[in-house]
Design a protein around this ligand. Structure first.
Ligand code: RB5
Length: 150
């Protein structure tokens, strides 16, 4: 699998570890920054990664901030991105199987290195199940969710 990775300053320390683990599993990973732990704004790096994933069909992303929340909210603003905020192997498996997630998000202040490894394994080993989930993903992609919430 091919991954793009980006973080903010609060996810920066976990970036090298995550990259090394992804590479050790035989995948490719491209680092979109930042290049230091200096303070940055997570929407800027979410956007870089989301745009790279959309431009490179079949690729995936990894986004890390302090909680994983801000960077996942930001990435999900990009059409075609399904960024799943995960906390463990179960959520990483389910976001691929049910949501067809193309970006794995997590929080450096939330998960440890062992959990990161288990999430990457689960994310990479799981295919989208399709079936009843496909229609739901189509609804995410096809409409403004607020518009028809009567
Ligand atoms: C940065 O302090 C922190 O707010 C950010 O990394 C993230 O957790 C936001 O959701």
């Amino acid at each position: 699998m091919k991954f793009y990775i980006a973080t903010d300053h609060a996810g920066y320390a976990l970036k090298e570890f995550t990259k090394e683990y992804v590479i050790s599993k035989g995948h490719e990973i491209i680092d979109l920054g930042p290049d230091s732990a200096d303070r940055v704004d997570y929407p800027d790096f979410a956007k870089k990664c989301a745009n790279a994933v959309i431009s490179d069909k079949g690729s995936f992303g990894i986004l890390i901030c302090g909680t994983g929340i801000g960077i996942s909210i930001s990435a999900n603003k990009v059409a075609g991105i399904r960024a799943g905020l995960c906390h463990d192997a179960y959520t990483a498996m389910a976001t691929r199987a049910h949501n067809d997630a193309n970006i794995l998000c997590f929080g450096e202040r939330v998960v440890g290195r062992g959990v990161v490894e288990s999430m990457i394994d689960a994310f990479c080993d799981t295919e989208f199940e399709g079936g009843r989930h496909a229609g739901r993903v189509d609804k995410i992609e096809g409409c403004s969710l607020g518009a028809d919430l009567g």
